[in-house]
Design a protein around this ligand. Structure first.
Ligand code: PMP
Ligand code: GLN
Length: 378
């Protein structure tokens, strides 16, 4: 057979996760919390199962949950998405992203992404015959050069994908960034896929600039979210996307035959849990404390850093330590020093050689202290 993805191997998350396990290393590679989510939420799942939420959910998702999401957008962004026609629950953000790309991208269409970029965008574009066009964000601040973006937008551009707060760099788009993007897209029919899975994890009093806050962006956007990131249960694989009715109708044509609907009892539990906004509003402070703890513990190490502005990853620059390429260094750290991280080159085009690794700080304080002890000894 002929592979449709000849250049794609096993994801770095599997590679580093397996290496960490085989070498009994502290695993700060794949992004997942190593602590339990709220017992109250887990009890709500049991309640939902005991109350009969065990058959198919409606295709778009449990209605109570869609209403809770509508309420959240109104409360946080003063932005309205109709629960009947503008919200769909998905199997994690990943399925939302894959389905959005499959719904709209045809052979030869160009999709613009910002690198370093989360790794699920490009294979989905390629599978649909599209072409990935990259704009590189430069270390250490990973800020956007909008003039460079402007040069890459043309009549073939069908979609732009943004991710703020960004995985892996921890950069956050400002209001000025979003306004620049809005200006650039004006007068085009380019679709915006706004990956906002870390919307509730943003630091130093920065405000999340959702695409839904900008009317000319909202009208062309899918906003994508993930409960795995928000409520510490990445294994539940529950996410959603919101978009204006006409875009969502196209999305649902594909979604209904891709998965039809996603798991029901957890949707019911999340609908109940979202009744208390405090559950997501406290998340930024929770993770900022972890970022600050981790960085204060390694401030005298030989690693250099610029604090992440959002998400739960910290980039560490190891150019003071050696000049190995990042994949070799990440493997050696795991095998010799018993700590696993993600080499950033996998998120870049042309395997840019930046001497940086990504560490996940969604970990218990004890794990962060053990990690710091190792990093300080290198
Ligand atoms: N987008 C980004 C930027 C992510 O970091 C992740 C998860 N690592 C996803 C999407 C996928 O989220 P989910 O696990 O809900 O599929
Ligand atoms: N989003 C997670 C990360 O960036 C990984 C999810 C996955 O394994 N695909 O680490």
């Amino acid at each position: 057979y002929q592979s449709k993805l000849p250049n794609v191997g096993t994801t770095i998350f599997t590679v580093m996760g397996n290496l960490a396990q085989n070498h009994k290393a502290l695993n700060l590679s794949q992004g997942f919390p190593n602590f339990k989510s709220d017992q109250k939420l887990i009890d709500l799942v049991t309640n939902a199962m005991n109350s009969g939420y065990n058959q198919y959910a409606p295709m778009a998702g449990n209605l109570e949950l869609r209403v809770a999401i509508t309420n959240k957008f109104e409360k946080l962004y003063n932005s309205s998405y109709h629960p009947d026609s503008e919200i769909t629950m998905t199997a994690g953000a990943t399925q939302a992203i894959f389905t959005i790309i499959s719904t709209f991208i045809k052979p030869e269409d160009e999709v613009l992404i910002f690198r370093p970029a989360y790794d699920c965008y490009e294979p989905a574009i390629e599978l649909n015959g599209g072409k990935t066009i990259s704009v590189q964000l430069e270390a250490p601040h990973y800020a956007v050069d909008w003039a460079a973006v402007s040069k890459k937008i043309n009549s073939k551009t069908k979609m732009v994908i943004i991710n703020t707060p960004q995985n892996p760099s921890g950069t956050v788009f400002s209001k000025a960034d979003m306004l620049q993007l809005q200006d650039l897209l004006k007068g085009t029919d380019i679709i915006l896929l706004s990956d906002e899975v870390y919307e509730h994890i943003i630091f130093d009093d920065k405000k999340h600039q959702s695409a839904c806050l900008f009317p000319d962006l909202k009208s062309r956007s899918f906003v994508v979210a993930s409960f795995g990131k928000t409520f510490h249960n990445t294994g539940w694989k529950l996410g959603y996307c919101c978009a204006p009715k006409a875009l969502m109708a196209e999305f649902q044509k594909v979604h209904q035959f891709n998965v039809f609907c996603v798991n029901h009892p957890m949707q019911k539990a999340l609908a109940d849990y979202l009744q208390e906004p405090e559950h997501y509003l406290k998340l930024s402070a929770f993770y900022q404390r972890k970022r600050d703890l981790f960085l204060s513990l390694i401030k005298d190490s030989r690693f250099k850093f610029t604090p992440a502005q959002g998400a739960y990853f910290q980039i560490l620059d190891y150019s003071n330590i050696n000049m190995e390429n990042d994949l070799d260094f990440a493997k050696r750290l795991t095998i010799d020093h018993k700590i696993a991280a993600i080499p950033l080159s996998v998120f870049n085009a042309d395997n840019l050689d930046h001497k940086v690794l990504r560490f996940c700080f969604a970990k218990t304080d004890d794990t962060l202290k053990k990690a710091a002890d190792i990093l300080n000894s290198i």
